[in-house]
Design a protein around this ligand. Structure first.
Ligand code: UDP
Ligand code: MN
Length: 262
């Protein structure tokens, strides 16, 4: 069954492709036995696509404007949900029986293949509203039927936050209370902002982190030089803990294979 399991990520722009590349590189470096799939939109550059093809087993072009696309008609009615629908495409990857989706702005710190022991839909709590799961890291089972139901749900209900997280939370609406096994520990989706909203917890548990999520407006690829953070992003110049992960992200991006012990 391992041959039919995959990590899946998504990028619709060249900067997000930098993120996807890092996701693939760190999964490889930590010795995953699963396949790696990058979903991309047709507008990304040839260079970005080729760099992803070096690392991923499959780079799948997902075209929202392709009339053969089952999502097309739904999308025409809800253009606001464009990237969300692109993310939902992961349910059409039926060549795999089970997958783990990782946002392009995640950094995998160790082997996390044990995530495939979990069932759909497993995810970690969102730091802003812990009865919702964060959709940056989740375990799912590709299924055309589920995909159709998700599109139908999107058309009928929309998304309360305008993105995939709102949509997925109202679809998998019993996540909060039904089955504790579907609650991934927070260390599988450690939101960068949790580092400064609950610093003592980060000091106690942060060393156990397995996946860091650079959730929010500022992504590591916006910060090529940590000495020159964007002036309107105060967390970057005050938070050494976060700096460490940004440095590690760039080390992965440039292909350093040395593990950082600190
Ligand atoms: N994404 C993308 N292009 C965009 C915005 C988002 O490809 O313009 C994908 C990418 O995989 C990204 C995910 O959708 O990681 C969710 O968006 P983001 O991570 O920016 O949201 P956040 O986690 O900050 O809420
Ligand atoms: Mn994200």
């Amino acid at each position: 069954p391992e041959a039919y399991q995959a990590f899946v990520t998504l990028a619709t722009t060249d900067p997000y492709c930098m993120g996807s590349l890092v996701v693939g590189k760190c999964l490889r470096r930590h010795g995953t036995t699963r396949k790696l799939v990058a979903m991309v939109s047709p507008n990304i550059s040839t260079e970005a696509r080729l760099s992803l093809e070096d690392v991923f087993d499959e780079v799948i072009v997902v075209d929202m404007l392709d009339s053969r696309d089952r999502a097309h008609l739904f999308w025409l009615g809800r253009p606001d949900l464009g990237i969300t629908f692109t993310k939902l495409h992961c349910w059409t990857l039926t060549q795999y029986t089970k997958c783990v989706f990782l946002d392009a702005d995640t950094l995998v710190l160790c082997n996390v293949d044990e995530l495939f022991d979990r069932e759909e839909l497993s995810a970690a709590p969102d730091p802003g509203w812990p009865d919702c799961f964060n959709s940056g890291v989740f375990v799912f089972r590709p299924s055309l039927e589920t995909h159709s139901r998700l599109l139908e749900h999107a058309k009928m209900c929309g998304s309360f936050d305008g993105g995939d997280q709102g949509l997925l939370n109202t679809f998998f609406s019993d996540w909060a209370i039904k089955d504790i096994n579907k609650h991934l520990p927070f260390i599988y989706n450690l939101s960068a902002n949790a580092i400064y909203t609950y610093l003592p917890a980060f000091h106690k548990y942060g060393h156990q982190a397995k996946i860091v999520h650079f959730l929010g407006r500022y992504k590591p690829w916006h910060i090529p030089n940590k000495q020159q953070p964007p002036t309107d992003a105060p967390q970057w110049d005050t938070n050494r803990n976060l700096d460490k992960y940004v440095d590690q992200w760039w080390a992965e991006y440039y292909g350093h294979t040395k593990m950082h012990a600190d």
